[in-house]
Design a protein around this ligand. Sequence first.
Ligand code: AMP
Ligand code: MG
Length: 774
Amino acid sequence: MLPLLSLPLPPLSQRVTHQLLPDGYTPSPTSLISTQDSTPSLIRRSRPVPHGAAFSYVSPLTLPFPYEFPKEEVKAANAATQNGGKEGIGEESAEQQYERQMNQVEGVLRRYEVAPSDLAAPAYPAKSKDGLAGYVAVGKQSQSYPSARLLGISPAALEDCLPELDVGDSFDFIAKTTGRDGPDTYSSGPMAQQPTSDEGKARYQLSDVLGGRAWPAVLPSNEAELDDFSGCGVYARKVADDWKKEDAVQRWERRKRELATRRQQSSYAGWSQAYAGHQFGSWAGQLGDGRAITLFETLNNTVDPPERWEVQLKGAGRTPYSRFADGLAVLASSVREYLGSEIIAAMGIPTSRALAVVSLPDVDVMRERRNPAAITTRLAQSWIRIGSFQLPASRADWEAVRLMGEYVSRVLFRFDGVPESQESDVQRQPWAKKLLLEAARRNARMAAGWQSVGWTHGVLNTDNISILGLTIDYGPYGFLDIFDQEATPNHSDDMARYSYKMQPSMVLFAIKHLATSLSPILGFEDKHGRAPSPGELVSMKPEDLEELSEAGEALVRADVDQTFVDETMREWKRLFRNKLALEKEEQDEKSALLDPLLEVLEGLDFTLTQRKLKDFLPVLEESVQGAADQEEGIQKAVDSFVPTWYDGTRVLEYLKDDKREQAVKWLTSFAQRTLRDLGDDGVKAAGWGTARSAGMAAHCPRFVLRNWVGQEVVQRLEEKHDTAFLQRVLEMCLHPYEEWGSARDGKSEEVLEEERRLCEVGTPLERNMPSCSS
Ligand code: AMP
Ligand code: MG
């Protein structure tokens, strides 16, 4: 078992930061260090990133924004600068005053960043050469710096993704501190008690890193080893004039040299991704991780081949992509992401995972009201999105598109024939169409999964669609309670663009934009039977590129649609057959059985109504066995089951008869289908009713994370520090198919009663939805 910082890093050939081009302002971790020392605000200032940049190096900083520094901090910072601690002087001009204030900001920020002089003495020294060390800047050691409190760790994410991670006494610590407040409940940081045991130390380190205090990096131990890419975007300034003068070919040649240099270096640090995207259908230009910072990538070596995971903090402070916002996240949205991703994973739908949620009790975040801040630790094999391709494509930066496509093809999809080398004499197999269709299929399966459990994402912008077909960016998502095909959980989505019904089309919309972003490469591969070599696209004439692009897009248009629609439908039908415990496929099952089921569900609780169906099958078996003919048996079973199937109290009075008629009709056709599925011999063999009932129970969840449940978790955390309740709800998220609420494992009636309550509809989805980006 290994403490967090001792987890293995992947080889350089698989690292995002060594395979893609960094933001030219801080082209390496050592240049980030120098910038932190000279112009620290540059790291957190919103700015357009230059050509080619797929990411920017950045470190976490969990301070409220706009930064309002405590007086003593400003004094201390001023004392350390040439200003000599002098306050502003009356005779200052406006410009001088501005300059002085900026200097103060730089001075204070500098205290919170790791300085070159700190390199020799990290708080957590590296365990191996080229392993991660954990650095804690001077300002982050002071008593006024916010400490962190571990609220929860998902045992499932731990086991599935990072089974070698040693979390020390974290679980005990969380359990022990539930219901209490104050510094002795802090799991790390300057206010927390220093642990003495090894278990305590592993927990402290974990929480220190996941709370954004200790910064994981691989850096030279010696200040003198910092390279000349250093300081205040000095590198950027140095080449600034050249940047203006160079043409696209020269720029690519320079970037290629930088990449080659970078690929030789072992220095390593966290980053935020640059991307772009269509938000609610409109082009939004450059976006990026405004409050997400990947700390490092690691390998799960217990599986073969080893699985890579990126460890990312959401809500740990500003990045160059934060625009006007604070880079922080409130407790409510962090807890929702934590629970939401874990239940989606437990239902077998591809998703990013949530390892932990940490609160920052001393940081207030301003939204509609003052909120406590929290950080989610998210894990994914990659955080590359369709928007990651759209950014360079929108700038006609085809070499950057190619680099990203090759990275995804080689490292994530493991296609053959995609070399790492950026030399132009190496042959390259075509990859673009394969990548596109693979992304289409994966995203299709994801969307089918959402539809099958009645889950809505809420913000299906192209920057929120993963290239790997993972559910990512949990914001105003929701499980539908009272089913309505037009429902969206996002209250700012007036047009219901991202409603339940629209989800597959919206994912396809994003996939089409991926096709557009890859179009010249698709055209090139078709024309030449090989992938473009480095530098080849940038040296082509614009009109030739245009032609390739048009040909490329035309070439895949039909394929993309067909692949996506077929795969969604295939997976959707498969999932519903599982839910209905049907084994054989039937040609017309969509129109004959599944669409009509959704019509029955309209206006009823999506989850419990389906779950309840499992009780129908034993009734059906008994009835058919005792009846003179099958039709009679079916009718008897249907008549006796219908009154108990769904909660009639929620159906509007004037619709009651219609709903009942619909239900009778559907159950009858389901019963007929079940008997056909069993075949004559199958129907005669006793026990199929219970066997199929168990099959349904394994695919129709009993518990889903309803909005009101998430809200109650947050409220109890805020008011009573009730981490035990968070843990209980997480358990239910991790086992959605369990028979919650029925007597088992010696549970007390009180506990069972609570389980039943948490499975109930409560206040349905339409009300009290959280806002976007909270
Ligand atoms: P979303 O709709 O949540 O996917 O967010 C859209 C963009 O805004 C993304 O690039 C986010 O990183 C960014 N963003 C959202 N909330 C914040 C925040 N509190 N601070 C900085 N950036 C944010
Ligand atoms: Mg997003």
